[in-house]
Design a binder for this molecule. Structure first.
Ligand SMILES: [Zn+2]
Ligand SMILES: [Zn+2]
Length: 298
């Protein structure tokens, strides 16, 4: 996984926000007269209701500073980025660091207009905080065009998935917090594994007997680990092999990269820590859930 990939992914996330304008590697002259280089620059239109009759659209201006340091970002940088934000007149600055931030940096950031980002799924939480309207149109081809907007309040476990339904036809939609993609879950696809169109996450969503929506997700790293183990006769992979796979995705999994999959009981480390093995549940899960999704998307 390269540095450029991380920056691109952040830009890509914002490109999926309706009506957002996103540019990469922008050069601007600040109010101080100094030339500044911005990794990613975003303008997000937001509607502000002044009264019953008057609504105005305001552009929220965000800059992203992507840090390619080999260690956590320190407090001094938070101040520098806030100065940059002020100089170019942006509302919010985001510092993206796959290796995280020192305690001092974390304490400083909330006091200035700087948000700290480790994994791209945190972006969704940030957008929710500034209350950007998610004006997504319904993607059900049977729905009447222009009638349906998605209500995202149905279910929201921000790390996992955001689930919404069309206010006109009631069909389910998933918003992937990892890449920002939105896709429809038609009634005939409920319960089936579906690959996110924007990344490698695999989803299953549907409604139970009392019409309550549910959603399940396997993230990219989990899928890669399970696939590698499943391909072996022994249904396990060595520590070295696991580390190689983590190396390709670790910027998305800063803390405890295999915790997700071991906590869910789908894989487990041997007592010696030498091998990561698929459990019975994991094997079944792989065959019924992930393999089915891979086949469906081919
Ligand atoms: Zn609809
Ligand atoms: Zn995705």
């Amino acid at each position: 996984m390269t540095w450029e990939w991380y920056q691109k992914r952040i830009a890509e996330f914002f490109r999926r926000v309706p009506r957002a304008r996103v540019a990469e590697d922008v050069k601007v002259v600040g109010r101080s007269g100094v030339k500044r280089q911005l990794d990613v620059q975003i303008f997000l239109p937001m509607e502000v209701k002044l009264s019953e009759e008057i609504t105005v659209t305001v552009d929220i201006h965000i800059v992203v500073d992507a840090k390619k340091h080999k260690k956590p970002v320190e407090i001094g940088l938070v101040g520098q980025v806030d100065d940059l934000r002020d100089d170019i007149g942006a509302h919010l600055a985001i510092i993206a660091s796959p290796l995280g931030f020192t305690k001092g940096a974390q304490r400083r950031a909330p006091k200035v207009n700087v948000a700290l980002l480790v994994v791209t799924s945190d972006l969704l939480e940030m957008l929710n905080k500034v209350k950007i309207p998610w004006l997504h149109s319904c993607q059900n081809y049977l729905c009447e065009e222009g009638r349906g907007y998605i209500d995202w309040t149905l279910r929201s476990d921000k790390r996992q998935a955001v689930l919404g339904s069309c206010q006109y036809c009631d069909v389910l939609h998933v918003l992937c917090p990892d890449c920002g993609a939105v896709f429809v879950v038609h009634e005939f696809d409920e319960g089936k594994p579906l690959k996110c169109p924007g990344c490698d996450r695999i989803y299953r969503a549907g409604r139970d007997e009392i019409h309550e929506p549910w959603v399940e997700v396997r993230d990219e790293l989990d899928v890669m680990l399970m696939a590698a183990a499943h391909a072996n006769q022994s249904k396990r992979i060595s520590k070295g092999k696991a580390e190689k796979i983590i190396g390709r995705t670790k910027w998305q999994h800063a803390a405890g990269p295999t915790r997700n999959i071991t906590a869910s009981g789908l894989m487990q480390w041997t007592a010696s820590g030498e091998f990561l093995c698929l459990t019975e549940d994991g094997r079944e899960d792989y065959e019924t859930f992930i393999q089915a999704a891979e086949e469906a998307s081919q």
